[in-house]
Design a protein around this ligand. Sequence first.
Ligand code: GLN
Length: 308
Amino acid sequence: SPVPDYLADVLDAVRSIDDGAPADYIEVLAKADTSRLAVALATVDGEVYVAGDSDVAFSIQSISKPFAYAAAIEDVGLDAVLARIGVEPSGDAFNELSLDDGTHRPMNPMINAGALATHALVAGPDASGPQRVERLRALMSAMAGRELGYDEAVYEAELRDAHRNRGLAHMLRAGGIIHAEPETIVDGYVRQCAVSVTVRDLALMAATLANAGVQPLTGRQVISRTGVRQVLSVMTTCGMYDAAGDWVSNVGIPAKSGVAGGIIGALPGQLGLAVFSPKLDAHGNSARGVAVCERLSRDMGLHMMDVS
Ligand code: GLN
Protein backbone atom coordinates (compact mmCIF):
# COMPACT_ATOMS: atom_id res chain seq x y z
CA SER A 1 0.00 0.00 0.00
CA PRO A 2 1.25 3.53 -0.70
CA VAL A 3 1.08 4.73 2.93
CA PRO A 4 3.91 2.51 4.33
CA ASP A 5 6.05 3.42 1.30
CA TYR A 6 5.43 7.08 1.94
CA LEU A 7 6.28 6.65 5.65
CA ALA A 8 9.51 4.83 4.75
CA ASP A 9 10.42 7.74 2.43
CA VAL A 10 9.82 10.23 5.27
CA LEU A 11 12.16 8.23 7.53
CA ASP A 12 14.84 8.14 4.81
CA ALA A 13 14.55 11.90 4.41
CA VAL A 14 15.33 12.57 8.09
CA ARG A 15 17.92 9.82 8.62
CA SER A 16 20.79 12.19 7.88
CA ILE A 17 19.79 14.45 10.80
CA ASP A 18 22.37 13.70 13.45
CA ASP A 19 21.71 16.52 15.90
CA GLY A 20 21.27 16.12 19.62
CA ALA A 21 22.10 13.34 22.03
CA PRO A 22 20.22 10.65 23.93
CA ALA A 23 19.24 11.55 27.50
CA ASP A 24 22.29 11.18 29.69
CA TYR A 25 20.77 11.36 33.18
CA ILE A 26 19.29 7.86 32.94
CA GLU A 27 22.17 5.45 32.44
CA VAL A 28 20.31 2.92 30.29
CA LEU A 29 18.94 5.61 27.94
CA ALA A 30 22.41 7.11 27.50
CA LYS A 31 23.46 3.81 25.91
CA ALA A 32 20.49 3.65 23.50
CA ASP A 33 21.08 2.62 19.88
CA THR A 34 20.82 6.06 18.27
CA SER A 35 20.36 4.63 14.77
CA ARG A 36 16.82 3.53 15.65
CA LEU A 37 14.06 5.28 13.75
CA ALA A 38 10.39 4.34 13.52
CA VAL A 39 7.00 5.85 12.73
CA ALA A 40 3.39 4.66 13.00
CA LEU A 41 0.02 6.12 12.05
CA ALA A 42 -3.31 4.85 13.37
CA THR A 43 -6.57 6.22 12.03
CA VAL A 44 -9.68 6.55 14.16
CA ASP A 45 -11.13 3.72 11.99
CA GLY A 46 -8.39 1.39 13.22
CA GLU A 47 -6.09 1.30 10.17
CA VAL A 48 -2.47 1.11 11.37
CA TYR A 49 0.56 1.85 9.18
CA VAL A 50 4.17 1.48 10.30
CA ALA A 51 7.68 1.97 8.91
CA GLY A 52 11.24 1.60 10.18
CA ASP A 53 12.10 -0.07 13.50
CA SER A 54 8.47 -0.41 14.45
CA ASP A 55 8.99 -3.57 16.55
CA VAL A 56 11.62 -1.99 18.78
CA ALA A 57 10.30 -1.33 22.29
CA PHE A 58 11.36 1.66 24.37
CA SER A 59 10.22 3.28 27.62
CA ILE A 60 7.24 5.58 27.33
CA GLN A 61 8.69 8.19 29.74
CA SER A 62 6.87 11.53 29.67
CA ILE A 63 4.40 10.34 27.03
CA SER A 64 2.72 8.62 30.01
CA LYS A 65 1.91 12.05 31.50
CA PRO A 66 -1.22 12.79 29.42
CA PHE A 67 -2.56 9.30 30.19
CA ALA A 68 -1.92 9.71 33.91
CA TYR A 69 -3.66 13.11 33.71
CA ALA A 70 -6.64 11.41 32.05
CA ALA A 71 -6.72 8.78 34.80
CA ALA A 72 -6.56 11.41 37.56
CA ILE A 73 -9.46 13.32 35.97
CA GLU A 74 -11.54 10.12 35.82
CA ASP A 75 -10.60 9.07 39.35
CA VAL A 76 -10.99 12.29 41.39
CA GLY A 77 -12.78 14.65 38.98
CA LEU A 78 -11.49 17.64 37.01
CA ASP A 79 -12.07 20.22 39.77
CA ALA A 80 -9.96 18.32 42.29
CA VAL A 81 -7.21 17.97 39.69
CA LEU A 82 -7.28 21.68 38.82
CA ALA A 83 -7.11 22.56 42.52
CA ARG A 84 -3.66 20.93 42.63
CA ILE A 85 -2.19 21.30 39.15
CA GLY A 86 -2.48 24.28 36.79
CA VAL A 87 -2.82 24.35 33.00
CA GLU A 88 -0.43 27.17 32.11
CA PRO A 89 2.62 26.53 29.94
CA SER A 90 5.69 27.07 32.09
CA GLY A 91 8.18 28.01 29.38
CA ASP A 92 10.64 26.00 31.47
CA ALA A 93 12.43 22.72 30.92
CA PHE A 94 10.59 19.50 31.83
CA ASN A 95 12.41 18.96 35.10
CA GLU A 96 12.32 22.58 36.35
CA LEU A 97 11.55 23.12 40.03
CA SER A 98 8.65 25.41 39.15
CA LEU A 99 5.69 25.76 41.50
CA ASP A 100 3.25 28.67 41.56
CA ASP A 101 4.30 31.21 44.21
CA GLY A 102 0.93 31.64 45.87
CA THR A 103 -0.73 28.23 45.64
CA HIS A 104 2.38 25.98 45.40
CA ARG A 105 0.61 24.29 42.48
CA PRO A 106 2.80 22.96 39.67
CA MET A 107 2.24 25.01 36.50
CA ASN A 108 0.91 22.10 34.40
CA PRO A 109 0.73 18.27 34.34
CA MET A 110 3.27 17.84 31.52
CA ILE A 111 6.33 19.02 33.45
CA ASN A 112 7.71 16.66 36.08
CA ALA A 113 6.43 18.62 39.09
CA GLY A 114 2.88 18.46 37.71
CA ALA A 115 3.24 14.84 36.64
CA LEU A 116 4.29 13.80 40.16
CA ALA A 117 1.28 15.65 41.61
CA THR A 118 -0.93 14.01 38.99
CA HIS A 119 0.40 10.54 39.78
CA ALA A 120 -0.58 11.06 43.43
CA LEU A 121 -4.26 11.53 42.42
CA VAL A 122 -4.53 8.37 40.31
CA ALA A 123 -6.95 5.73 41.62
CA GLY A 124 -8.31 8.16 44.22
CA PRO A 125 -7.23 9.53 47.60
CA ASP A 126 -7.02 6.18 49.42
CA ALA A 127 -5.07 4.29 46.77
CA SER A 128 -1.83 2.49 47.58
CA GLY A 129 1.35 2.85 45.53
CA PRO A 130 0.81 -0.47 43.71
CA GLN A 131 -2.85 0.44 43.00
CA ARG A 132 -1.83 3.70 41.30
CA VAL A 133 0.83 1.92 39.25
CA GLU A 134 -1.52 -0.86 38.13
CA ARG A 135 -4.33 1.58 37.30
CA LEU A 136 -1.97 3.36 34.90
CA ARG A 137 -0.55 0.21 33.36
CA ALA A 138 -4.08 -1.09 32.79
CA LEU A 139 -5.30 2.19 31.27
CA MET A 140 -2.32 2.48 28.92
CA SER A 141 -2.80 -1.19 27.95
CA ALA A 142 -6.49 -0.60 27.17
CA MET A 143 -5.47 2.31 24.94
CA ALA A 144 -2.77 0.31 23.16
CA GLY A 145 -5.09 -2.67 22.76
CA ARG A 146 -2.64 -5.14 24.33
CA GLU A 147 -1.14 -5.83 27.76
CA LEU A 148 1.89 -3.60 28.30
CA GLY A 149 4.80 -4.43 30.60
CA TYR A 150 7.81 -2.60 31.97
CA ASP A 151 11.39 -1.97 30.95
CA GLU A 152 12.85 -3.07 34.28
CA ALA A 153 16.39 -1.89 33.47
CA VAL A 154 15.14 1.63 32.78
CA TYR A 155 13.01 1.56 35.95
CA GLU A 156 15.94 0.56 38.12
CA ALA A 157 18.41 2.96 36.53
CA GLU A 158 16.03 5.90 36.77
CA LEU A 159 15.00 5.17 40.35
CA ARG A 160 18.63 4.97 41.42
CA ASP A 161 19.35 8.48 40.15
CA ALA A 162 15.94 10.13 40.66
CA HIS A 163 17.30 12.84 42.94
CA ARG A 164 15.73 15.71 41.07
CA ASN A 165 12.29 14.08 41.07
CA ARG A 166 12.73 13.28 44.77
CA GLY A 167 13.45 16.96 45.33
CA LEU A 168 10.31 17.93 43.43
CA ALA A 169 8.17 15.42 45.34
CA HIS A 170 9.38 16.75 48.67
CA MET A 171 8.58 20.31 47.56
CA LEU A 172 5.07 19.16 46.62
CA ARG A 173 4.65 17.51 50.00
CA ALA A 174 5.93 20.61 51.81
CA GLY A 175 3.46 22.75 49.85
CA GLY A 176 0.52 20.48 50.72
CA ILE A 177 -0.08 19.42 47.09
CA ILE A 178 0.58 15.75 47.79
CA HIS A 179 -0.07 13.86 51.02
CA ALA A 180 1.46 10.47 50.26
CA GLU A 181 5.09 9.66 51.03
CA PRO A 182 7.26 11.44 48.42
CA GLU A 183 9.36 8.29 47.92
CA THR A 184 6.25 6.22 47.08
CA ILE A 185 5.12 8.83 44.56
CA VAL A 186 8.55 8.98 42.91
CA ASP A 187 8.72 5.17 42.75
CA GLY A 188 5.25 4.96 41.15
CA TYR A 189 5.99 7.79 38.74
CA VAL A 190 9.25 6.17 37.63
CA ARG A 191 7.31 2.90 37.06
CA GLN A 192 4.72 4.80 35.04
CA CYS A 193 7.56 6.21 32.89
CA ALA A 194 9.11 2.73 32.42
CA VAL A 195 6.10 1.21 30.62
CA SER A 196 7.52 -0.44 27.50
CA VAL A 197 5.92 0.45 24.14
CA THR A 198 6.45 0.40 20.38
CA VAL A 199 5.41 3.14 17.94
CA ARG A 200 2.42 0.98 17.01
CA ASP A 201 1.25 0.95 20.64
CA LEU A 202 1.74 4.69 20.92
CA ALA A 203 -0.05 5.45 17.66
CA LEU A 204 -3.07 3.48 18.88
CA MET A 205 -2.96 5.24 22.25
CA ALA A 206 -2.87 8.58 20.45
CA ALA A 207 -5.66 7.44 18.12
CA THR A 208 -7.76 6.67 21.19
CA LEU A 209 -7.37 10.31 22.22
CA ALA A 210 -8.13 11.42 18.65
CA ASN A 211 -11.23 9.20 18.71
CA ALA A 212 -12.81 10.89 21.78
CA GLY A 213 -11.55 8.19 24.15
CA VAL A 214 -12.77 5.14 22.20
CA GLN A 215 -10.03 2.64 21.34
CA PRO A 216 -10.28 2.21 17.55
CA LEU A 217 -9.76 -1.58 17.50
CA THR A 218 -11.65 -2.73 20.60
CA GLY A 219 -14.38 -0.06 20.51
CA ARG A 220 -14.00 0.42 24.28
CA GLN A 221 -14.53 3.89 25.77
CA VAL A 222 -11.42 4.03 27.93
CA ILE A 223 -11.43 7.78 28.74
CA SER A 224 -14.45 10.09 28.96
CA ARG A 225 -14.95 12.80 26.32
CA THR A 226 -14.44 15.52 28.96
CA GLY A 227 -11.16 13.93 30.00
CA VAL A 228 -9.96 13.71 26.41
CA ARG A 229 -10.73 17.36 25.75
CA GLN A 230 -8.77 18.43 28.82
CA VAL A 231 -5.82 16.17 27.97
CA LEU A 232 -5.60 17.34 24.35
CA SER A 233 -5.81 20.99 25.43
CA VAL A 234 -2.89 20.61 27.82
CA MET A 235 -0.90 18.62 25.24
CA THR A 236 -1.39 21.51 22.80
CA THR A 237 -0.11 24.19 25.17
CA CYS A 238 2.46 22.25 27.23
CA GLY A 239 3.20 18.88 25.59
CA MET A 240 6.47 19.87 23.93
CA TYR A 241 7.75 21.81 26.96
CA ASP A 242 9.51 25.06 26.09
CA ALA A 243 9.23 24.24 22.36
CA ALA A 244 5.40 24.19 22.50
CA GLY A 245 4.99 27.43 20.53
CA ASP A 246 7.27 26.34 17.68
CA TRP A 247 5.55 22.99 17.60
CA VAL A 248 2.03 24.39 17.45
CA SER A 249 2.91 26.72 14.60
CA ASN A 250 5.02 24.24 12.59
CA VAL A 251 3.19 20.97 13.21
CA GLY A 252 -0.15 22.02 14.70
CA ILE A 253 -1.08 18.72 16.35
CA PRO A 254 -1.60 18.13 20.11
CA ALA A 255 1.49 16.18 21.09
CA LYS A 256 3.69 14.78 23.84
CA SER A 257 7.35 13.82 23.82
CA GLY A 258 9.35 11.48 26.05
CA VAL A 259 12.99 11.44 27.01
CA ALA A 260 13.57 7.96 25.49
CA GLY A 261 12.95 9.56 22.07
CA GLY A 262 9.25 8.93 21.48
CA ILE A 263 6.69 11.54 20.38
CA ILE A 264 2.93 11.12 19.97
CA GLY A 265 0.51 13.35 18.14
CA ALA A 266 -3.29 13.12 18.29
CA LEU A 267 -5.37 14.95 15.69
CA PRO A 268 -9.00 14.99 16.88
CA GLY A 269 -11.37 13.06 14.66
CA GLN A 270 -8.59 11.83 12.39
CA LEU A 271 -5.54 9.96 13.60
CA GLY A 272 -2.85 9.20 16.11
CA LEU A 273 0.80 9.18 15.16
CA ALA A 274 3.99 8.11 16.91
CA VAL A 275 7.69 8.45 16.13
CA PHE A 276 10.79 7.10 17.81
CA SER A 277 14.43 8.15 17.55
CA PRO A 278 16.62 8.48 20.67
CA LYS A 279 18.66 11.64 20.04
CA LEU A 280 17.05 14.65 21.72
CA ASP A 281 17.25 18.33 20.83
CA ALA A 282 17.93 21.11 23.35
CA HIS A 283 14.30 21.04 24.54
CA GLY A 284 14.39 17.31 25.27
CA ASN A 285 12.32 16.36 22.21
CA SER A 286 13.47 13.74 19.67
CA ALA A 287 15.34 15.70 16.97
CA ARG A 288 14.48 13.39 14.07
CA GLY A 289 11.05 12.81 15.58
CA VAL A 290 10.23 16.51 15.35
CA ALA A 291 11.44 16.54 11.72
CA VAL A 292 9.24 13.52 10.86
CA CYS A 293 6.19 15.20 12.39
CA GLU A 294 6.84 18.46 10.52
CA ARG A 295 6.93 16.52 7.25
CA LEU A 296 3.84 14.47 7.99
CA SER A 297 1.90 17.57 8.98
CA ARG A 298 2.94 19.44 5.84
CA ASP A 299 2.54 16.56 3.37
CA MET A 300 -0.77 15.31 4.74
CA GLY A 301 -2.24 18.70 5.68
CA LEU A 302 -2.60 17.77 9.35
CA HIS A 303 -2.23 21.21 10.96
CA MET A 304 -5.28 21.69 13.16
CA MET A 305 -5.59 25.36 12.19
CA ASP A 306 -5.74 24.60 8.45
CA VAL A 307 -9.15 24.97 6.87
CA SER A 308 -9.78 22.05 4.52
N1 GLN B 1 11.02 9.82 33.67
C1 GLN B 1 11.56 11.02 33.12
C2 GLN B 1 11.90 12.02 34.23
O1 GLN B 1 11.15 12.16 35.13
C3 GLN B 1 10.55 11.60 32.19
C4 GLN B 1 11.04 12.88 31.54
C5 GLN B 1 10.72 12.95 30.09
O2 GLN B 1 10.40 11.98 29.42
N2 GLN B 1 10.87 14.13 29.54
O3 GLN B 1 12.92 12.65 34.21
